[in-house]
Ligand binder design. Structure first.
Ligand code: GUN
Length: 291
């Protein structure tokens, strides 16, 4: 069993970006600028946004964190997005999801200029990805592709089973893996909550991407010998022995599944750091279109 170590791969990507940004700076060119919007005080969202801002600092990007309180109306958020769309200094805009109930995710995503949609959630970005055109690919599936690339994992002709069909992970992942690219060129099966024979399908998989949001859903009896397993899950499970009161669990029962795998991602330290590295890549490319 080999680890697909997201910390190492993300560090390598951020190192390259740091060099590129330093070069831009030397040449007096524009430095990438990411704006993150956080509505409310959800603990997990706070952690994710803080990690994104920290990554910007690491690679030398400019970052701005804009906070709205939990009660904020959609109108104010949409106005702010419009202002950022029109600001030539801003390369990337991300609104951390989930949003409070009174705000429509869809309206907010649709309001972001597709040229600044570094989360890759806008229907135009998704449409372009489906057609295999250059675009911003959402950070988690893009990060997984970068991770497969970093470890030179051969995916061509393999059967990938993606468990989960969310707009953010499962759906784009299934498309990227089936595209005529490297990594890619997989035969893809998408499983979801209504799939009847998930275990049988997973047993046929050369590659499993677990993105269902249920801790330890993928057990050893669902995984064939030598499979490659990518765990997107990150559930907070109460744990009184931990200082913060919880531990992070993936969608894969790592201890029993890992011995069967040729490659597997740990949680934490697998897909998570890659998601952030991918966001940095998208922001960098957005900036380069202006430089
Ligand atoms: N919530 C969970 N994942 C993401 C992400 O990749 N981007 C944003 N904006 N919100 C999220």
């Amino acid at each position: 069993m080999n680890l697909l170590d997201g910390k190492i791969a993300a560090q390598a990507i951020k190192h390259e970006l740091k060099i590129e940004v330093a070069q831009l700076s030397t040449e007096g060119k524009k430095i990438p600028h990411l704006v993150a919007i956080l509505v409310g005080n959800d603990g997990a969202s706070e952690t994710y946004v803080a990690a994104k801002v920290k990554a910007c600092e690491e690679v030398g990007f400019k970052s701005t964190l804009i906070r709205f309180n939990e009660q904020e109306g959609e109108f104010h958020l949409l106005n702010k997005i419009q202002e950022l769309n029109n600001d030539p200094d801003v390369d990337g805009i991300l609104v951390q999801l989930p949003l409070p109930k009174q705000i429509s995710d869809e309206q907010v995503i649709n309001a972001i200029d597709p040229d600044k949609d570094v989360d890759g959630f806008h229907p135009i970005s998704i449409g372009r990805m489906v057609q295999g055109l250059p675009t911003f690919v959402s950070a988690t599936p893009y990060g997984i592709m970068l991770l497969l690339k970093h470890y030179n994992i051969e995916t061509k002709g393999k059967h990938a089973v993606v468990v989960g069909r969310s707009n953010i992970v499962g759906r784009p992942m299934s498309i990227l893996l089936s595209n005529n690219t490297d990594p890619g060129n997989c035969t893809v099966t998408v499983c979801h909550s209504k799939t009847k024979n998930i275990k049988e399908l997973c047993l046929q998989a050369d590659i499993i991407v677990a993105a269902i949001g249920k801790s330890e859903f993928i057990t050893a009896d669902m995984v064939k010998e030598g499979a490659i397993v990518i765990d997107v899950g990150i559930t907070r499970v109460p744990d009184s022995t931990k200082k913060n009161g919880f531990k992070l669990k993936g969608d894969v029962a790592f201890e029993t599944v890992a011995p069967k795998c040729s490659w597997i991602t740990p949680v934490p330290g697998g897909v998570g750091p890659m998601t952030i590295a991918a966001l940095m890549m998208n922001t960098f490319h957005s900036c380069m279109q202006k430089n």
